[in-house]
Design a protein around this ligand. Structure first.
Ligand code: SAH
Ligand code: MG
Length: 948
């Protein structure tokens, strides 16, 4: 699969051309037309009864056209697109011309533009002629060459065809147009020292009279907001207002802002920002540039240089060299009306365009959360992703940076029905090898399990420069069940890497390379820096300054927090604990408000606000401190806290109130003050499914299952391996059991602290109707990996490990199994894990469209894992193999059971469970090292009945 095209030569349909240019802004509406029978022929009328014709109306930002009538909707659409292309002057067939023909066409086109009839045409360029003509004493219509080039697509395409270098150096258009104009010397002239053309003869007065707009229609003065970008980096970018009189030419007004007397020397850049935007940069051609204009135009190329300094910020913004001071404005004429149309461009727009050139900026914009959002560090599921998808962000990035469209290709697709032979080699079960490794204390990397379901998609991304030179390539090994996921994953890898560069331009090549290696990216460093050089050129000065400023401005964050009455952030959660808390993979919804708070200033300035902001917990979708706090909150609670400043451009991109904000930022120490409320928690897919589809919920059934064994065995001590947030330990306290000591181990500190909170409050509560009296004397939570040995957990009466092994790599699951039975040696061990075969039912009932036939293998192979954190999900056969092998090796017996569904029927239980029982004959080795030095786990929380 190839998307986007290097060297693609196919002829595009009119619709495709429109799509390329306008994307979703092109709006096609089909209308049914019932035409009267033709030629009055009655037979035909009957034949046509019921059939109707279609007409298509195509709305584009500045043009709308209506097609003729067609039998097929498709044809009507294509015809409308064709009409629009013609109207817009986008010629698709330029490529067929010889260069001589192209030159002739250019001359003819220029001639037409300066003709009498064009003056009254509805065209983005004709307004310039009318306005220029209205200037006092100028009926010759002096129009800047760059205006002609910018607003007439036909001229633009022809010039580019004549001189392809124009793509990279748009200033070459000047000699090209001057040369064509020279052929029209009878009617046109190019005044020396000005980059403009004018008519030799004035327009006839009747033409002027008929094309000039009635003053009554345009008598309003317009105040237009534009942005001034000085070329000196230490001068601030500022917003200014143009006061345009009804009869003035707006370009003259811009020229004045640039220190020129009129528009004759103004240059206009190509559009900046979004594809169909009319925002452009205006700047002045310097005197030296003009006086250097050679009489012989053939030498123009050599003479084409500017003495004004490069405007680094403006150059970066539009990817075209801009010299001297520049004005950023969205003003112009359209195809729709003769009136001038404009949009105010303030500092916020400027900063949004600026951040829209970096991966994280593009993502933040797509979420309308410039301060709060972050480009997530991983793509988990489509359902949990919010904002623009990684692949779309990458496409925008490439467009904004003037790179070719990224090429994403699928490689090494393994059809799930026929596995390739080399794959098969890996799948041969070599139990002897496994055995040997196990005895040696290590496990083979490939443990010989036959993996039933194959991930079949793997994607690569390649990014080329506009000249089709390879800039970077990312080809990770990861495979996915869905092509969509593999595309998003590989795109995100590239974005994350690019973001490292954009976040810290001083990052060394060495670090960039090592990050690239980690992300399976190869890049051509020379080309990479060359392509993204303009950013470096203005940011290298700016960035260190910004960084310094941030650290300076928030170095007093601690002080500020105290000053504002915020202590430790976790203490600032308000409202009662509803017990519903997010965990990794949950989708949460918050409402929040961020304001800028400055030391010594009472008023807070709101910067960003969202009433309904959804994001996935655990993938870094928002600034870290917000994510950390939301993880500690429960549904309905609110939190207040201070966060460090983010770089200035994000703050300014967020707010319309830049003057106040800038004043605060410049005057004192500032921080971002957040208030946020957790308004919705959607549990991860698996938990949601377990609750919705099982009664009682599957988690409750697992607890009841464990309780049955605890009671039967009169167990006094219990260890829960991978206890998570303590759901089992907590629930056990609701039952009358013989347990005296309960212990939990996990590697997630967040989960452990939640478990501690819950257990602590439960154990400190006096027994009541809901909480029975228990003989529990002690409870401990350890932070540690269950693949590490700690002598304190040896020889418990019962050990549980519920829904944990699938969160480890398969070799780790083997390692754990061996360790627990060889060294921890509990009397009973209960292990549960999802039964992959049951997913057909879970997902079949979820995707209601499919008939759930559990025997259908192909359906099974297309099943997803239940949770994106799962490293594997085993079939019953795979689980039995794992458990039997362990049991035999360590002298345990094993039986199988499960919860959810009916175990004796296909496809078995939803959660499969193995119960290992230590054999009476099993000799328990005396534990060698009970010394504290052997303690690998760290006590997180401890409770003794004495505490009560
Ligand atoms: N047993 C709990 C939690 C299941 S979620 C329940 O049934 O609700 C899986 C848990 O395994 C997570 O909390 C995760 O942190 C933990 N885990 C994964 N690998 C681990 C390891 N090597 N050591 C300890 N805990 C681990
Ligand atoms: Mg799980």
């Amino acid at each position: 699969m190839e998307t986007g095209g290097a060297g693609r030569k196919t002829v595009l349909t009119p619709k495709a051309v429109i799509h390329q240019k306008f994307g979703s802004k092109a709006c096609y509406t089909i209308e049914e037309v019932h035409e009267p029978p033709q030629n009055g022929c009655p037979g035909l009328a009957i034949a046509q009864k019921g059939a109707c014709l279609f007409r298509c109306n195509l709305e584009l930002p500045d043009v709308s056209v209506v097609s003729g009538t067609f039998k097929r909707k498709r044809d009507a659409e294509q015809s409308a697109a064709e009409l629009a292309i013609e109207k817009l002057g986008i010629h698709t067939r330029t490529n067929d011309l010889t260069s001589e023909e192209a030159c002739d066409e250019l001359v003819a086109r220029i001639n037409y533009l300066f003709s009498n009839e064009f003056l009254s045409a509805l065209h983005p360029l004709s307004g310039h002629f009318r306005d220029a003509m209205q200037r006092e004493g100028d009926c010759h219509c002096l129009v800047p060459i760059s205006v002609i080039f910018a607003y007439d697509a036909r001229i633009c395409n022809l010039s580019k065809w004549i001189d392809p270098h124009m793509e990279s150096n748009p200033y070459l258009v000047i000699p090209c147009i001057l040369r064509a104009a020279a052929k029209l010397s009878e009617s046109l002239s190019a005044p020396k020292g000005q980059l403009s053309l004018q008519r030799k003869n004035p327009y006839p007065s009747e033409v002027i009279a008929s094309s000039v707009i009635e003053p009554s229609l345009s008598s309003k003065r317009s105040l237009i907001e534009v942005v001034h970008i000085p070329h000196f980096l230490d001068k601030p970018v500022e917003s200014i207002t143009l006061d345009l009189s009804p009869t003035g030419y707006y370009l003259d007004l811009i020229a004045k802002q640039l220190g020129l007397c009129d528009a004759a020397k103004v240059f206009i850049s190509r559009p900046v920002g979004r594809a169909s935007s009319e925002t452009r940069l205006y700047f002045a051609a310097s005197e030296t540039f003009l006086s250097d204009l050679p009489s012989d135009l053939l030498d123009f190329k050599e003479a084409l240089h500017f003495r004004e300094p490069l405007n680094a910020r403006a150059t970066y913004l539009c990817g075209q060299d801009i010299y001297g001071d520049a004005i950023l404005a969205n003003i112009g004429y359209t195809w729709k009306s003769k009136d001038l149309s404009y949009e105010n461009i303030g500092l916020q727009s400027y900063y949004r365009m600026l951040i829209n050139k970096t991966p994280s900026g593009i993502y933040k914009l797509s979420r309308e959360a410039m301060v709060t959002a972050q480009l997530p560090s991983m793509f988990t599921t489509k359902a949990n992703w919010r904002g623009a998808f990684p692949r779309d962000v990458l496409c925008t990035f490439c467009r904004q940076q003037r790179l070719s469209e990224p090429i994403i290709s699928s490689v090494g697709v393994i059809p799930s029905s026929s596995k390739s032979s080399d794959k098969q080699n890996l799948q041969v079960t070599d139990s002897k090898a496994v055995q040997e490794h196990a005895n040696g204390g290590t496990i083979a990397e490939n443990n010989g399990q036959v993996v039933e379901s194959e991930d079949t998609f793997r994607c690569e991304v390649r990014i080329y420069s506009k000249n089709q030179e390879l800039v970077l390539e990312c080809s990770p090994k990861d495979t996915f069940k869905k092509q969509f996921d593999s595309i998003q994953n590989v795109s995100l890898k590239v974005l994350l890497w690019l973001d490292i560069y954009f976040k810290d331009l001083n990052v060394s090549l060495e670090r960039l390379t090592s990050y690239a290696d980690a992300l399976s990216i190869q890049f051509n460093s020379q080309r990479f820096f060359q392509e993204l050089a303009s950013y470096r050129s203005f940011h290298s000065g700016l960035n260190s300054e910004v960084q310094e400023e941030i650290s300076h401005k928030s170095k007093d964050l601690k002080f500020l927090c105290t000053y504002l009455g915020y202590g430790d952030s976790s203490l600032n959660i308000h409202g009662s604990d509803s017990g519903i808390s997010p965990s990794n993979g949950s989708l949460v919804c918050i409402s929040y408000n961020v304001s800028l708070k400055a030391e010594g200033v009472e008023v807070r300035e709101t910067i960003e606000k969202n009433d309904d902001y959804e994001f996935e917990i655990g993938s870094g979708c928002v600034i870290p401190c917000l994510e950390a706090i939301v993880q500690q909150m429960s549904l309905g609670q609110s939190a207040y806290f201070c966060a460090e400043l983010v770089p200035r451009e994000f703050i300014l991109a967020a707010t319309l109130n830049s003057a106040r904000i800038l004043h605060l930022l410049d005057s004192s120490a500032c921080c971002l003050e957040y208030s946020c409320t957790l308004i919705r928690v959607t549990e991860p897919l698996e938990a949601r499914m377990e609750q919705a589809l099982f009664s009682p919920p599957l988690s409750k059934q697992r607890v009841e299952f464990a309780v049955k064994y605890i009671k039967e065995s009169h167990a006094c001590t219990l260890v829960d391996f991978g206890c998570g947030s303590g759901s089992l330990l907590d629930s056990l306290l609701n039952y009358q059991t013989s347990l005296e000591k309960i212990v939990g181990v996990d590697i997630s500190q967040k989960s452990l602290s939640r478990a501690a909170k819950i257990l602590h409050s439960k154990l400190s509560t006096e027994p009541n109707n809901h909480v029975p009296r228990t003989p529990i004397k002690s409870a401990v939570l350890y932070d540690g990996s269950i693949t590490d040995f700690d002598p304190r957990l040896c020889e418990f009466d019962i050990a549980t490990c519920l829904e944990v092994i699938e969160h480890m790599e398969e070799d780790q699951a083997y390692l754990f199994g061996n360790l627990v039975l060889s060294s921890f040696c509990p009397k009973l061990l209960v292990v549960s894990t999802p039964n992959y075969e049951y997913n057909v039912i879970l997902q079949g009932s979820n995707l209601s469209s499919q008939e759930g036939d559990p025997d259908d293998k192909t359906q099974l192979q297309s099943c997803k894992f239940r949770n994106h954190d799962h490293k594997f999900e085993w079939t019953r056969e795979q689980f039995n193999h794992w458990a039997r092998d362990l049991a035999t090796r360590h002298n345990y017996s094993v039986e199988f059971s499960g919860v959810g569904g009916l175990g004796h029927m296909e496809p078995g239980y939803a959660s499969q469970i193995a119960i290992f029982r230590r054999s009476e004959t099993r000799r328990v080795h005396p534990i060698g090292d009970k010394a504290e030095s052997a303690y690998r786990y760290q006590v997180i929380w401890e409770w003794n009945s004495r505490n009560k």
